[in-house]
Structures are given as structure tokens and as C-alpha cells.
Design a protein around this ligand. Structure first.
Ligand SMILES: [Zn+2]
Ligand SMILES: [Zn+2]
Length: 736
């Protein structure tokens, strides 16, 4: 791995600063061995305490304090990997500076190249030996093997065995007889190159116009943000594929970010239909070895299209030419632990730094993006219609105050009737309820005792399929108790409220004989199983799907014509400034699953407040009305994007410690006429995992440097002792 010795340019010992991927802001200084030539960006191995760490040279030729010269350790070796380009190093610095995450922690995301950078496992290949005689003994199995290798080319041994339907022993026998040669094959590529001209898309005039514009944007290059705005089913993916194709033609790299890569098998298939091969993937489920190879393939430019979750934003692209952020409004783009960053916002920053175009894609843009588009800071490309002229689903409210279901039931008679009719017609229906498990609350009929998590300020959720009561915040789980812990009554517990599992029970009674599937993240056993289930739904092997937000995203179910939202009000009442926006986006998206092929989609909203602006906009199919009223409200209240927010979360093992620290912190906030510090207040989720939590909310005008203000504040924050923790979240998405 050690690089070739170079002619000595500086005879004096040189020093470099190396940033290591640990939760620290500063780089460490190291002495450079005489035979090493190091430049900023080089990946090196350095001693770090008692171990060695992979780090990146952040600055060279640094001045070292006299007296320190002899105490500095040496760089152990330079790794044989492409250096991190200045663009990525600036990005790491920028993200760290903006989010107040330690630089080392941000760097760690760029270096997440897997644990095994050693040589890949050898692939053994076989081919016909030159001038070999035919085998002394011929069998049908041997004949099949020879037929597969008749062209003289080398193939993987296991591939040949598989293709010929023989055991590896048959091939070994032919090798022993001298009929076949073995050789070591190069490792299989991470992804085969996409063919930009594999298929020509069949576009409507609107789609063609949008695709041409995006292709021209990609060809021209340079920084610019485009919002690709179109209803579900309008063909947005196919349209932005044309920009990706243009980047591939130019030999550059394109990154497509998806909010939940694990659920995107349909996306990968669509990519393969357009480009002939699947793209390379980047997400947390990659094996360490594939992760290492993908990282290297991205760094060397071998891979041209990467589809990934938010962490793909930090990969060391050799020549990134385009970023696509699909479903840009999705909350999953915000990383909530470790370095807290919003991948959509940081993608815009990276595109600006790399001076390349970026495309944000959504049917329901975030309010931030919508404002930028309305003010002309982002270009907007609008796809007004559904593919093939299919109409958007009509939406009818079901007022739970006047036509709700019978007591203890959750599906109103009108919705039940519609589902029944759809199933009888051989169509699919979806009942949407964004709540996992059987019931959100279990209480004792005799004394009113409620089963709560021992570690959190939260009720235990009944997961009846798994016979467990589970805390959704810390994962605590226990079997349902035989008797009430408070009054000792036996079998006194009743479930309060519905989850998807309870809905399934009701649906099985209402629609006997129908094939029902419950889709909920906690019931997902493996990714393959989930992909299979989604394929089964698409193929029409189920009549009724009951699902959480897992089903809202990106799936295409051709036979689905009816969507019933069981509790449309569920997300509205949680004190989150984005509650209305999120509810609108989620319900719009889930109802948009209906009627994508037949064009006869219908949605039902079960709600207690049909007059709420979110419900009114959904029912009237008036998206602009929703944005206009929401933007107006944000502007009046100085909420994002018209003002900036940061949240400080203080937590400790006991309440007085957390509260006391939060109060001291508030008292020393730097004075500024522009900043308001609200709180401390006990967090809505007051206890999580046994930790008591207090929140401070910081508000500033839009153009204020909130990160600098926070840094100044944190520099004078009192020392934290024991298990006291302070988490800073710039542009928070969660307020619980
Ligand atoms: Zn009781
Ligand atoms: Zn808990």
C-alpha cells in the first residue's frame, strides 16, 4: 500500500494536519516520513492513541510550535486510494460549520467505505485448455459444461456450474483431466455501465418538453436548482432519467437521492428498463465488502450512477455532474442522530460547491422549496397531467361527527361499502392508518390504569401479531400482563384506539373471504420479503392492503383504485410547526396511489374536521390554496423559511439536573436584538430511555447567521458533568 518513494523536495521534516473520523472538530498534526509526499486530500493511516485510524490530510506544510517537533507522531502510511477532492473537503467543512457537528463526525460520513479494504475474494474462472484433447470419459453433464465453454472464453466456475446444471465437482474433474484451465478472474464490477440509449422513452408533449429542458440543463452544467413538480403518476422519474442519461453520455457521474432506498425495488426496475442495467446502490444495508467496492468505484469514476439514501451525498465522487433529490419534501432526509443535517438542503450546498445542476422532485414540495420556486430562486418545471391521461382521484370527506363507525369500530359504513364494491369489481383497495401495532393504548377496565413504558413518557403500544407491548421510543417490550399491576384484576385490559393490526381484524369481519395484507415497518422481516410483498400487491394477489406510511412512498399498484384514510386528523395535533404541511403531503401522496392506471381513483378522508385548511385543500384538489395559506401563516409567524430555527435539547438521568442546566444555558445566551430564545420547557416527550428532557427553541430572522450565534453561545456553555447531554439541532424537523 505504501506509495513509491519520490525525490525529496523538502529535506526538513514536514508536518501535516490530519482530520480523523471521530467526534472532534480539530485536526491533529503529524510528522511526515521522509519518503512520503503528502498533499491535502490524501488518505493516510495514522496512530491515534493506542490504535491506528484512517484519516485525511487537511492541510500541509503547517507550522508547528517549537518544542512540539519531536513529540509529534509520524504518519504510518499513505493509502492507495484517490485523494478527497477540495470540493468534498470544503463540503465537510461547510456542513460541520453550519450544523455545529464536529468536523470529524462529518468526515466519517465521507469515509464510510466499509471495514474490509483488503483484496476482494478471488473469483475462480475456467476456460477450455489450449489444444486440449477431448475428455477420456464423456458424460451428459461434462458435455453440457463443454458446450457452455465452446467459444473459448473464460467464465466464473460457479456461473458455469449453475448454467450447465452440474455440481462444481464435474468441473473439477475436467480440470484434473487437463481439459479445462483455471484462472483468476477480475472482481465483478459494482454495476455494469448504464446505456443512455437502451430504450427511447415514449413521452407526452408536456413530458417531452420537461425532459428536453432538464437534458439541456444537465448538458450546460453549472449550478442551478430546478423543481420538477408534478402530480403522482405524471412520469417525473422518466423525465429526470433523461438528465441522468445526458450525464452518462458525457462520462460524468449522477447521484439520485431517494428517501428510503430500502423500499425502491420498483425504482431499480424502472432504471433497468430505461438504461438496461440496475444502478449502483448506496445505503445502510450494503454488506461491508460491497460497501468498500462501491466507495472505491465512486472515487475512481468507475460507477456513473449512484442511487442512494442521504449518506450517498458524502461519497467521494470522481466527477459529479448532477444531483437529483426525489421526494424532496420527505422527512426521512433529515438525519436525527450523530451529525444532524438535512440531506436535501445539504445537497443544494454540495451542488453549489461543485458548480453543478440539482433537481428537486416532488408532487408536494416542501414549503421551503415552494417559496423558492414562487420567488424565482429555483426554476420550476411543471408536469400537469397523469401519464396516459389518467385522472387524479376524486376525494370525498367522511365526517366522523355525523357518519362515523359504530362504537369500537373504525371503518365508517360509507367507506366499508365502497371497499366492498371495489373488491367485488376485482379491484384493490387500501386502508391507510399511520399507526403501527394493534392499539396505541391499553388500559385497565376496572381501575383505569394505563400501561406505560418504564423508561419513557409514553404509552406501550399493543403489537398483537407479535404478542408484545412495545414502546415506540426506546424499544422496550414485554408480554401482555396477566393481571393489572395496580388493582390485580385479571383479564381487565382493553385496547383503546386503532392500529393497523386492529384494522385488519375489523376488515376481516367486514370483507370475509378477501385477501388482506398488512404492511407496516415493524412487520417487515427482510428486505427481500417486503419487496416480494410489494410485487404481490402490484400483481393483484391481494384485495385489500392495510398500511402505514410504508405504503405511501413511491409504489405503483396498477389495480388500486380506492384509498381510505382511516384517521386523517392523526398528524395534525402534535405541536409541530410543520404538522399541517406534513399531513397534507402524506395524505396527498397516499391518496395519489389510487387510480394510476385505470384512472378511476377515489379517496375517502375520515375526519373530525372537514373544514380544516388541509382537508379543504385535499377535497377541493386545490394544492395552491394550501400552499398560499400555509406560506402566509409562516410569514406572519416568522417560521421557516421566513425565519430560522434551532433547537437545543438538554437531557439527563434526573429531572432537576436537566432543568437546572437548561436554565443556566438560557441565562447566558448571547444578547442579540434579532434572536429570541424560547424556554426552557419540558419536551413534549418528557422522558425517553430514562432521560429527562428539556428544550430551548432559538428563532432568528432568515438572513441571520444562526450557526455563528450558536457557536458563540456553546463556547461559553457551562461544563457538562456526568450523563448530562446537550444536542444542538439547526433547522430542526422534530420538536418532540
Ligand atoms: Zn386495574
Ligand atoms: Zn420507552
Amino acid at each position: 500500500m505504501r506509495s513509491e518513494p519520490l525525490p525529496l523536495l523538502h529535506p526538513a521534516p514536514a508536518f501535516v494536519d490530519v482530520l480523523v473520523p471521530v467526534a472532534l472538530d480539530q485536526a491533529y498534526s503529524y510528522r511526515v516520513p521522509r519518503d512520503l509526499d503528502l498533499k491535502p486530500g490524501d488518505l493516510v493511516c495514522v496512530p491515534l492513541g493506542a490504535r491506528e485510524a484512517t484519516g485525511v490530510v487537511w492541510a500541509d506544510n503547517i507550522e508547528v510550535r517549537p518544542g512540539l517537533h519531536n513529540r509529534l507522531k509520524e504518519v504510518a502510511e499513505k493509502l492507495d486510494l484517490p485523494p478527497l477532492k477540495p470540493e468534498l473537503r470544503h463540503f465537510v467543512d461547510w456542513v460541520s460549520n453550519y450544523t455545529l457537528s464536529p468536523r470529524g463526525m462529518v468526515l466519517r460520513m465521507a469515509l464510510r467505505m466499509g471495514e474490509h479494504l483488503g483484496p476482494a475474494r478471488e473469483r475462480v474462472g475456467v476456460r477450455l485448455a489450449a489444444g486440449a484433447p477431448p475428455p477420456k470419459r464423456m458424460t451428459p453433464a461434462r458435455a453440457r459444461v463443454l458446450a457452455h465453454l465452446a467459444d473459448g472464453l473464460a467464465r466464473g466456475k460457479s456461473d458455469v456450474a449453475h448454467a450447465a446444471g452440474v455440481s462444481p465437482g464435474v468441473i473439477d474433474g475436467l480440470v484434473d483431466d487437463g481439459v479445462l484451465d483455471t484462472l483468476v478472474l477480475p472482481p465483478e464490477p459494482v454495476a455494469r455501465p448504464p446505456d443512455p440509449d437502451f430504450t427511447a422513452p415514449d413521452f407526452t408533449p408536456d413530458q417531452r418538453a420537461a425532459a428536453d429542458t432538464l437534458r439541456a440543463t444537465a448538458a450546460k452544467g453549472g449550478y442551478g436548482v430546478t423543481l420538477l413538480d408534478g402530480v403522482t403518476g405524471s412520469g417525473k422519474t422518466q423525465v429526470y432519467f433523461e438528465a441522468v442519461a445526458e450525464i452518462v453520455r458525457r462520462g460524468r457521474q449522477a447521484l439520485v437521492l431517494l428517501p428510503e432506498i430500502a423500499l425502491t425495488s420498483q425504482f431499480l426496475d424502472r432504471f433497468a428498463e430505461r438504461f438496461g442495467v440496475r444502478p449502483a446502490e448506496w445505503h445502510s444495508l450494503l454488506s461491508p465488502r460491497l460497501r468498500a467496492r462501491t466507495w472505491s468505484a465512486v472515487a475512481s469514476g468507475e460507477v456513473s450512477v449512484i442511487v442512494g439514501a442521504r449518506s450517498a451525498l458524502f461519497l467521494p465522487y470522481a466527477d459529479l455532474g448532477l444531483i437529483i433529490v426525489d421526494e424532496e419534501h420527505d422527512g426521512a432526509y433529515k438525519q436525527e442522530d450523530g451529525a444532524r443535517y438535512h440531506a436535501r438542503d445539504m445537497a443544494v450546498v454540495r451542488a453549489r460547491g461543485a458548480d453543478i445542476p440539482i433537481v428537486l422532485v416532488s408532487a408536494t414540495p416542501s414549503v421551503e422549496t415552494e417559496v423558492n420556486a414562487r420567488r424565482g430562486r429555483y426554476a420550476r418545471l411543471h408536469l400537469p397531467e397523469r401519464f396516459g391521461g389518467a385522472a387524479l382521484p376524486g376525494i370525498e370527506p367522511i365526517d366522523l361527527r355525523t357518519e362515523g363507525p359504530p362504537r369500537g369500530r373504525f371503518i365508517a359504513p360509507r367507506l366499508a361499502e365502497a371497499v366492498k364494491t371495489a373488491i367485488e369489481r376485482g379491484e384493490q383497495a387500501l386502508l391507510f392508518l399511520n399507526r403501527r401495532g394493534y392499539a396505541p393504548l391499553t388500559l385497565c377496565r376496572a381501575c383505569g390504569f394505563r400501561l406505560a413504558c418504564p423508561n419513557c413518557d409514553a404509552w406501550l403500544v399493543d403489537h398483537r401479531f407479535r404478542r408484545r407491548l412495545v414502546c415506540h421510543h426506546c424499544g422496550f417490550a414485554m408480554p401482555p400482563p396477566a393481571q393489572c399491576p395496580q388493582c390485580q384484576a385479571a383479564e381487565s385490559f382493553v385496547a383503546v384506539g386503532p392500529g393497523v393490526e386492529r384494522l385488519e381484524q375489523e376488515a376481516a369481519e367486514l370483507f370475509p373471504g378477501s385477501r388482506i395484507l398488512v404492511l407496516s415497518s415493524d412487520l417487515v422481516e427482510t428486505l427481500e420479503r417486503l419487496r416480494q410483498e410489494l410485487d404481490d400487491v402490484a400483481a393483484g394477489r391481494f384485495d385489500l392492503i392495510i398500511g402505514t406510511q410504508l405504503v405511501a412512498k413511491g409504489h405503483h399498484f396498477p389495480k388500486l383504485n380506492l384509498v381510505g384514510v382511516v384517521d386523517a386528523d392523526l398528524g395534525l395535533a402534535n405541536g409541530d410547526p410543520r404538522a399541517a404541511e406534513r399531513t397534507f403531503q402524506l395524505l396527498h401522496q397516499v391518496i395519489g396511489r389510487a387510480g394510476r392506471e385505470e384512472g378511476r381513483g377515489i379517496g375517502y378522508l375520515q375526519t373530525h374536521q372537514p373544514e380544516h385548511p388541509v382537508m379543504r385543500a385535499l377535497i377541493a384538489a386545490d394544492r395552491d390554496a394550501f400552499y398560499t395559506s400555509e406560506i402566509d401563516l409562516r410569514e406572519k409567524t416568522h417560521y421557516p423559511p421566513f425565519g430560522r430555527l434551532a433547537s437545543l435539547l438538554v437531557s439527563a438521568g434526573d429531572r432537576p439536573t436537566a432543568e437546572g442546566y437548561a436554565r443556566r444555558l438560557a441565562a447566558i445566551a448571547p444578547r442579540s436584538d434579532e434572536v429570541r430564545v424560547l424556554g426552557p420547557a419540558e419536551a413534549p416527550l418528557a422522558v425517553v430511555r430514562g432521560r429527562h428532557r428539556f428544550r430551548l427553541l432559538v428563532k432568528s430572522p432568515r438572513n441571520f447567521d444562526l450557526s455563528a450565534y450558536l457557536r458563540e453561545w456553546m463556547a461559553v456553555a457551562p461544563k457538562r458533568k456526568g450523563n448530562l447531554k446537550l444536542e444542538v439541532d439547526v433547522d430542526p424537523q422534530s420538536f418532540l
